[in-house]
Write a protein that binds this ligand. Structure first.
Ligand code: HEM
Length: 503
């Protein structure tokens, strides 16, 4: 015991001294660095994050301003919470903040340093982003994806017609989950595997499993030194789920390779896997893609694309069900433009301005991924404050998109506000940026928007909706975690209003 005391006293005193020195240094530089709430030793400001991350950060910003510093365990963050500060970071100094940082318990990732979504601003990231914007998610691939979207929407409507006939409730979130997952899967590997949609479900299960165990890491465990000890065995479970995914995707890749992937000539016939494997084999390509990078890219596309779309459609449906006046106006518009003898398709959806306004308002009020991340690549000055190279930056778009100076009654669902002022989703309005902005903006917006129009349009055109337990859905994000895209169940009865297959 004596021995232990002799050992502990100097360790604790040294740590305390280091902490006091650091606090003193920080307090001396308050004029130059963004303000920060008082921190506790070791945990920093973790104790101040009492609700969902975006809400906690919003509450702190009300006291400490639109640019503040916080510490979560061992890691320091700068948090931007208003339009002007966001514009500085995402436009004026976009290149200086074009890197990102990994979140989550990375120690257990099996494709180390292969991320695209969290990659630093590197040759690999630039190469992949250009590929996304020129071949993977635009042009003929976008046309292919919209065709897939229309087919999957038809399947969804047929499945709901059956439920309606049997007066069975359905969990709309679950139904949307299958449809959206199939869409992304078919876009990626549809040329070879479109018949095997069981594989799509398997991939989703592995990825969901890994995310479920990752979510069990407490913020303190995630940002502190405890992560590598894997105290509760969640790291091991993450690894095991990722290995399951790896086996499956490896098998799919081999199947493509063994079956002569160069079989199809133009991009219109290729799927995303074709294009990536072709790039992988191209000896003249600017960047040599590794197998791990391809596998990780697909996993990240599932993560970035599936739950965001599900969460957004789910929130839109709950809002429309909760607001009968919105439902009525939406339906009148659909009936007028599409008529009552065919199912809505993409070309008619693009003419429905109220439907588009409903989607825009949903993404403003219920954003599935409410915090943008950046990593500063050099020392800079934002709002007159110093930001050091290597600072991790959070941009709280959930707060920015509910700024009362920009939006009257910001907590209310009012699609009409986007009729008067159409706005746009490409990230040039820094008070409305559901797909982010600047170099790191979302490359999937061109896919997501038409799918949302199509699906919501079809659900409103064909069914009346009744929430199973009560009149309304509370439409609150249930996730306490990081991304916010935790779509909760929406159990309701679909009541057939129009059957397009009998028309
Ligand atoms: C409603 C649906 C979606 C929403 C709300 C959404 C939103 C976002 C946001 C806010 C970002 C971060 C942007 C930034 O930091 O400036 C992002 C990044 C990204 N999204 Fe989406 N997204 C959606 C759908 C999709 C889809 C369907 C795909 C692909 C098929 C996709 C792929 C990506 C990728 C790869 C990134 C990382 C880009 C980079 O780091 O350069 N997203 N998304």
């Amino acid at each position: 015991m004596d021995y232990l005391q002799h050992l502990l006293i100097p360790i604790v005193s040294t740590l305390l001294l280091l902490f006091l020195l650091k606090s003193f240094r920080n307090s001396k530089s308050t004029g130059k660095y963004p303000p920060s709430p008082p921190a506790l030793p070791f945990i920093g400001h973790l104790h101040l994050l009492k609700s969902r991350l975006p809400t906690s950060l919003e509450n702190l910003a009300k006291r400490y301003g639109p640019l503040m510093r916080i510490r979560l365990g061992a890691k320091e963050f700068v948090v931007a919470s208003d339009e002007k500060t966001a514009r500085e970071i995402l436009k004026t100094f976009d290149a200086d903040f074009a890197s990102k940082f990994m979140t989550g318990p990375n120690t257990f990732h099996i494709y180390e340093d292969s991320s695209f979504v969290a990659a630093p601003y590197s040759d690999y990231w630039k190469f992949m982003k250009t590929l996304c914007m020129t071949r993977l998610f635009t042009g003929s691939q976008l046309d292919r994806f919209i065709g897939i979207g229309e087919e999957e929407t038809c399947k969804l409507v047929k499945s709901l017609l059956k439920r309606s006939k049997a007066w069975e409730p359905c969990d709309l979130t679950e139904e949307l989950s299958e449809v959206t997952n199939n869409m992304i899967y078919r876009m990626i590997v549809g040329r070879r595997c479109s018949k095997n949609l069981g594989q799509a479900a398997e991939i989703r299960n592995f990825i969901l499993d890994s995310l479920k165990h990752a979510a069990k890491f407490q913020l303190g465990e995630m940002f502190g030194p405890l992560q590598k000890f894997d105290l509760f065995g969640n790291g091991k479970k993450i690894k095991s789920a990722l290995m399951g995914y790896d086996r499956l995707i490896e098998q799919i890749m081999k199947d493509y390779e063994d079956n002569d992937l160069n079989n199809c000539g133009n991009d219109h016939e290729k799927d995303v896997m074709d294009i990536l494997l072709e790039t992988h084999k191209d000896t003249n390509a600017k960047v040599k893609l590794t197998r791990d990078q391809i596998k990780n890219f697909f996993m990240e596309i599932f993560m970035a694309g599936v739950d965001t779309i599900i969460a957004a459609i789910r929130s839109a449906m709950a809002e429309v069900i909760n607001h009968p006046e919105v439902l009525k106006r939406l339906r009148e518009e659909i009936d007028l433009v599409v008529g009552n003898n065919r199912l809505i398709d993409e070309s008619s959806a693009s003419k429905l301005s109220y439907l588009q306004a409903v989607v825009m308002e949903t993404l403003r009020l219920h954003h599935p991924s409410p915090i943008l991340r950046r990593l500063s690549r050099k020392d800079s000055k934002i709002n007159g404050f110093n930001i050091n190279k290597g600072s991790r930056v959070f941009i709280n778009i959930s707060t920015i998109m509910r700024d009362p100076n920009r939006y009257a009654e910001p907590e209310k669902f009012i699609p009409e506000r986007f009729l008067a002022n159409r706005g746009e989703v490409k990230g040039q309005d820094f008070h409305y940026m559901p797909f982010g902005s600047g170099r790191r903006a979302c490359p999937g917006s061109y896919l997501a928007i038409p799918v949302m129009h199509l699906t919501i349009g079809a659900l409103i055109q064909c069914f009346d909706w009744e929430v199973k337990d009560g009149d309304k859905d509370d439409n609150k994000a249930k996730g306490s975690g990081y991304s916010g895209a935790c779509p909760s169940p929406l159990v309701c009865y679909p009541n057939t209003r129009f059957d397009p297959f009998q028309a």
